[in-house]
Design a protein around this ligand. Structure first.
Ligand code: PMP
Length: 406
């Protein structure tokens, strides 16, 4: 029997709407390894689009560690951690991460995304309040949505407004009059992923301490970038012992895949019992865990990578500003080039691609409608020559499209 109507036909209309508003983004396909130069849709390009900050995705030591683990342990873990999927590699990785982060304990998740969506609803409930920066990452927002806790949002990085919200919450307690909140949890990105600015962590920690609130930092873009050998924003600001929950990712600067939570042993223990992605989704293949362990060692052994990352970042930003581009409020290797209109951003990215530079456009809903941009990330693997070639292309195409004055 043929179907009378397609019940999913509305999707076609949604897609047409996205395309007409220049908000539809086709996937670009890479047919070579991630790196400073790669092949995208069949074209060799200089890549300014990956999160491979330290160039570890193709580091020989990580590759060898992964291959040795495949030879010894196979390709998959075969179960969730709580059933038959906890391998020695997972536990060793967690112990080594805990030392690296100066934390009592670490628990790994399949991704940074699942770390946030697993941890936030596990440690918060109806009796609690979550206070979140307005520009926190989507995975934090989803984690909050999965929690029964009410939430308040403070304007981006506004410690004065945060302090006000915290004082009021501490004084007034729960809105139904049933007493004080069990937990007030302040949540912030360490480095904001679209603008590359750094959270005012010392001010946030002080404001939280005034009312006995806990602090939760998502260091996805600070891992491997800020702090000694890339230990993250807590280390960068010297706040060890004053931040209760640190989430990190192993998918960006560490070059592999996965998320982790660093904190107390009790935090780890309750997450093992309750965090849903941990309980209901299969653990990392042992080779990923082995490569992550090697990534920590490389970060300790090769500090020149992070030095190079920051030197290139400074030069690249200074040159872009000199050329007349608006790089927003970035303070880290994430360097947005704000164009405003989504159609212009997509055209800019497309023309750069033709010129051999891969710099992806980011449009609504990832950023506000009038804040469309190219989002570039400098990596330690890019040479001065790559950066000069990229900057030449930016200047040429920026002039041609009227994004900067000639
Ligand atoms: N948090 C932030 C702030 C991020 O930018 C990202 C990645 N875009 C994540 C979490 C998710 O990390 P992962 O890619 O490891 O899932």
């Amino acid at each position: 029997m043929t179907r009378q109507r397609n019940p999913l036909a509305f999707i076609d209309a949604e897609l047409a709407d996205l395309k007409s508003k220049h908000l539809y983004r086709p996937l670009r396909v890479m047919s070579a390894a991630q790196g400073p130069v790669t092949v995208v849709d069949g074209h060799e390009v200089i890549s300014l689009s990956s999160n491979d900050y330290l160039g570890l995705t193709h580091h020989p030591r990580l590759r060898d560690a992964a291959l040795a683990a495949v030879a010894e342990f196979g390709v998959g873990s075969g179960a969730v951690r709580t059933i038959a999927g906890t391998m020695a590699e997972h536990e060793l990785l967690e112990a080594e991460l805990a030392v690296f982060k100066s934390a009592e304990a670490v628990l790994t998740f399949q991704s940074g995304f699942t770390a946030n969506t697993g941890v936030i609803p596990t440690i918060t409930g109806e009796a609690d309040l979550i206070v979140s920066d307005a520009l926190n990452h989507a995975s934090i927002i989803d984690g909050m949505r999965l929690s029964k806790a009410p939430r308040k949002v403070f304007p981006h990085k506004d410690v004065v407004a945060l302090r006000e919200i915290l004082r009021e919450a501490a004084e007034q307690g729960r809105p139904d009059g049933s007493g004080p909140y069990r937990l007030i949890l302040v949540v912030t990105d360490g480095v904001f992923s679209m603008d590359g600015d750094i959270a005012p962590l010392p001010g946030i920690v002080e404001a939280a301490e005034e009312v006995g609130a806990a602090v939760y930092v998502d260091d996805a873009h600070a891992s491997g970038v800020l702090g000694r050998n890339g230990r993250g924003s807590v280390d960068h600001f010297g706040l060890h012992g004053r931040v209760d929950v640190q989430v990190g990712t192993m998918s960006k600067a560490m070059g592999v895949l996965g998320g982790y939570v660093a904190g107390s042993q009790a935090l780890r223990d309750i997450l093992v019992q309750r965090a849903r992605p941990f309980l209901f989704s299969t653990s990392h293949p042992p080779a990923d865990a082995a490569a992550c362990r090697e990534a920590i060692r490389v970060m300790e052994d090769e500090p020149s990578r992070i030095e190079r990352l920051w030197a290139s970042t400074k030069r690249f930003k200074a040159e872009l500003t000199r050329l007349g581009f608006d790089t927003g409020r970035s303070e880290t290797p994430i360097t947005p080039i704000i164009v405003g209109d989504s159609e212009a951003a997509i055209r800019f990215s497309g023309r750069l691609f033709e010129e051999g530079v891969f710099a992806t456009s980011v449009v609504f809903p990832t950023v506000a409608l009038d804040q469309a941009r190219l989002r570039t990330i400098v990596t330690a693997a890019l040479t001065d020559e790559h950066l000069d070639r990229a900057l030449d292309a930016f200047a040429r195409v920026g002039n041609e499209l009227g994004i900067i004055a000639a």
